[in-house]
Write a protein that binds this ligand. Structure first.
Ligand SMILES: Nc1ncnc2c1ncn2[C@@H]1O[C@H](COP(=O)(O)OP(=O)(O)O)[C@@H](O)[C@H]1O
Ligand SMILES: [Mg+2]
Length: 397
């Protein structure tokens, strides 16, 4: 389980020889010092924001574990704590484990041996954290579900955002909703969130993208879905290059079980590179002749791109109206099976205007039931045995 990026270490407290340890770590390639604070009680926000993976806490106490200080650290981070003290404090050792301290380093110590303890603490914590996005170690790659329609107004955003809610709430999957309708994306609005950051901030950042960094750009929705919205200004769309996007997908698949992608109604660069990484493609058609004609053209494009047939799924949205085509007619015209049907429901526009996804507001709605079936089929709960393992880990079994 090698970790290519340096381990983020935050140093708190004071101890004889701690300054030397800090100097040694500052130059060490396997460690990144993300902050220091003499008094952990005052370090709160700084410590929480540092995304530290290991805390080194120095203490001058020789006969007891500094419980109040340890609690102050615990209040803001779950990162493992390594207590640093001098050799004269060796009888702290037995107490330390009970206080939930990962290890005690008695100074003086070679930098390499301090780094070894830090690495041990970090790899243990990584194995332990299982479910938390951003701190994943052995994780099956997440699945990418892309919702596409060659026409605006087909229901892509309604379906993508509610499907994401179903994955997160009903299936308890770690779910990312990624809005790649880069110019006119409205996934954030439909989810009713006001994001501070968007994919624009992410692609403009200098820092290399990793699960921790990604976690800093997403907005958590009350359903559990994490949302990475489209840029706020249409002109920023072109800055989202295919290369950046490729990297984003790689990291997102590491952090999430399911990545649901909303798209614009055309095949441009970002959509093409998304297709390359799409495990399940949901093609949304409405029951009118122009929509079906455009789906037909889309299927031809997918053939040219050699996009596998078994990954394409045809969905008819807003069925049930009397004026539309019948599913059988659509199947004949497209020479493709209609796999899913989603009814037209008045609650959908109502929920959009309220900014609450219908899957959250009204889980019993017909639309939501259909989406449940779609979620089951596209990313089955029991395909990977690891899913069950992961779940039982989360439940503490
Ligand atoms: N199943 C449905 N029932 C009722 N209205 C729907 C349904 N699906 C979509 N709509 C309506 O269609 C409109 C367009 O949907 P949207 O998801 O924004 O389309 P797209 O993202 O493809 O442009 C929405 O405002 C919504 O009110
Ligand atoms: Mg849309």
């Amino acid at each position: 389980m090698s970790n290519p990026s340096p381990i983020k270490v935050f140093i708190t407290g004071a101890a004889n020889g701690l300054a030397e340890v800090r100097e040694g770590l500052a130059d060490h390639p396997e460690v990144e010092l993300v902050g220091t604070a003499a008094d952990p009680a005052k370090a709160g926000g700084k410590l929480a924001e540092s995304a530290a993976q290991v805390i080194l806490h120095g203490t001058t106490a020789t006969d007891h574990v500094p419980t109040a200080e340890i609690e102050a650290i615990r209040a803001v981070t779950a990162a493992p704590i390594v207590l640093v003290t001098t050799a004269s404090a060796h009888h702290i050792l037995s107490e330390a484990l009970q206080a939930g301290i990962f290890d005690v380093v008695l100074l003086p110590q070679l930098t390499d041996s301090v780094v070894f303890t830090i690495k041990k603490a970090n790899s243990l914590a990584a194995g332990r954290s299982g479910g938390a996005p951003g701190k994943v170690s052995q994780h099956v790659e997440g699945k990418v579900v892309t919702v596409f329609a060659p026409k605006g107004g087909a229901g892509k955003t309604v379906l993508a955002s509610n499907l994401a809610v179903v994955f997160a709430r009903k299936h308890e999957r770690r779910t990312l909703l990624l809005d790649l309708d880069l110019q006119f994306g409205d996934a954030a609005i439909m989810m009713g969130i006001e994001p501070e950051k968007t994919i624009y901030d992410l692609v403009m950042a200098r820092r290399e993208l990793d699960p921790d960094a990604l976690a800093g750009y997403v907005t958590a929705h009350q359903s559990g879905v994490h949302v990475l919205p489209a840029p706020l200004r249409p002109e920023d769309a072109e800055l989202v290059t295919e290369e950046r996007l490729g990297h984003l997908f790689a990291v997102a698949k590491e952090s999430y079980d399911v990545v649901v992608v909303d798209t614009p109604p055309f095949f441009h660069g970002p959509v093409l590179s998304t297709l390359d990484r799409t495990d399940q493609l949901l093609l949304v058609a409405s029951l009118d002749v122009p929509a079906i004609k455009n789906i037909k053209l889309t299927l031809q494009t997918l053939d040219l791109l050699h996009y596998p047939k078994e990954r394409r799924h045809l969905l008819l949205n807003r069925t049930g109206s009397k004026v539309g085509l019948r599913p059988g007619e659509v199947e004949r015209a497209l020479d493709m099976k209609v796999e899913f049907e989603v009814p037209s429901e008045r609650d959908v526009p109502v929920s959009i205007n309220r900014g609450v996804p219908i899957a959250l507001a009204n889980p019993r709605a017909g639309v939501v039931k259909s989406l449940g079936d779609i979620a089951d089929k596209l990313v089955p709960m029991r395909t990977a045995a690891t899913d069950d393992k992961k779940k039982s880990k989360r439940l503490g079994r």
